[in-house]
Design a protein around this ligand. Structure first.
Ligand SMILES: [Zn+2]
Length: 363
């Protein structure tokens, strides 16, 4: 954050643990306890078929937490069988649910993000890839797709992550970088975000640094009745058609009364410290997942039960656009090192099988 003047930021992130690891271990010590929790969160009004949404389902006596859907159009003569983890992020994994519960509570607690390696040490999993894989799926569950539009005074700002090469003196840059010149997005990832003072943040990855991208983002996330949109002097913001004021960073102006982008910059620095300090080698592929994670944690900073909030995402969110990615089946063959979460969804999209919508994708 590059500011000389102290400005009252929004409510600071809570440092109070919502549910400690020891607590979650106690509460959900057995697979059955975890399954019961998941069942109650997923179907508060009783189990429904994840395929056809019918409530004409019957519990299989011999197999606890399994049901059969008797809708003929759904499962044919024998009916469609499903379990409590069918079409959730927990499907097609060999990890016990109580391990998932541990990882979820670890991720919910750490405000700066937590590395897969650290989780690996905490849960004592055999393979480092196990927590890495779990974390990405949980991040996919943190995608907050239905958010109210931002009101009041809203700060809009963009940032670039990675590609440190660019900031070096020209003769220390790689040849590749020099030749790329100022081409957008080369060697780094752009993200754009908006924050309502004392309210929520929305951020997403940016593919282009042009007017259409900025404008589209602001229209999507900022309410028309906003009091003020505060930005830096990036000229593309001048055409928003909303009450707008900018500070001139180039002239060392960072705060002019209400006009500043300090809260958004605080969020970016939290993200960068987390991403750079915790997740070495951030791949561009996964930036949307990290953005989702940090956005989710920031917006749930006052939520005393962030653990359950994450778990609620794991069973999928119902939005106007249909089911979210976590409600969709994840295929066995796609559980390889590089084919999880966001990546998985993109693969699916490329095959034209499902649409993937999220607040962290440019429309
Ligand atoms: Zn069904």
């Amino acid at each position: 954050m590059s500011t000389n003047t102290k400005v009252a930021a929004g409510t600071p992130l809570t440092t109070q643990p919502n549910i400690t690891l020891a607590q979650s271990k106690r509460h959900y010590a057995t697979e059955d306890a975890c399954k019961a929790l998941l069942r109650d969160m997923r179907w508060p009004d009783g189990p429904r078929c994840p395929r056809c949404q019918s409530d004409k389902v019957y519990a299989l006596k011999a197999r606890p937490f399994h049901w059969v859907c008797k809708n003929k159009d759904c499962g044919g003569r024998n009916g469609y069988r499903f379990s409590v983890i069918t079409k959730t992020i927990f499907e097609n994994t060999n990890y016990p649910l109580k391990t998932w519960v541990e990882v979820i509570s670890l991720m919910g607690q750490s405000k700066k993000g937590i590395s897969a390696l650290h989780i690996h040490r905490q849960i004592g999993s055999g393979d480092y890839r196990t927590p890495w894989f779990m974390c990405h799926r949980i991040r996919a569950a943190m995608k907050d797709e239905a958010f109210p539009k931002l009101m009041g005074t809203v700060e809009v700002d963009e940032t670039y992550i990675g590609g440190k090469d660019r900031n070096r003196h020209w003769n220390k840059q790689s040849r590749q970088q020099r030749e790329a010149g100022t081409r957008f997005g080369f060697g780094k990832s752009g993200a754009i975000g908006a924050i309502s003072r004392k309210g929520n943040v929305v951020c997403q990855m940016m593919q282009h640094g042009d007017f259409k991208t900025y404008n589209g983002f602001v229209r999507k996330v900022v309410d028309q009745k906003v009091d003020l949109v505060a930005t830096d002097e990036n000229r593309t913001y001048n055409y928003l058609g909303l009450p707008h004021a900018a500070v001139k960073h180039s002239q060392h102006e960072y705060v002019r009364g209400e006009v500043h982008t300090n809260n958004m910059e605080s969020f970016w620095s939290l993200l960068k410290r987390g991403v750079v300090g915790t997740f070495h080698n951030l791949s561009k592929e996964y930036l949307p997942l990290y953005l989702a994670e940090f956005q989710f944690r920031f917006n749930n900073r006052k939520n005393p039960d962030i653990f359950r909030a994450i778990l609620a995402g794991c069973r999928g969110r119902h939005t106007g656009s249909g089911l979210s990615v976590v409600e969709r089946p994840i295929r066995q063959g796609q559980i390889a090192m590089a084919s999880i979460g966001y990546h998985f969804a993109r693969n699916h999209h490329a095959q034209g099988k499902t649409a993937f919508t999220s607040s962290t994708d440019i429309p």
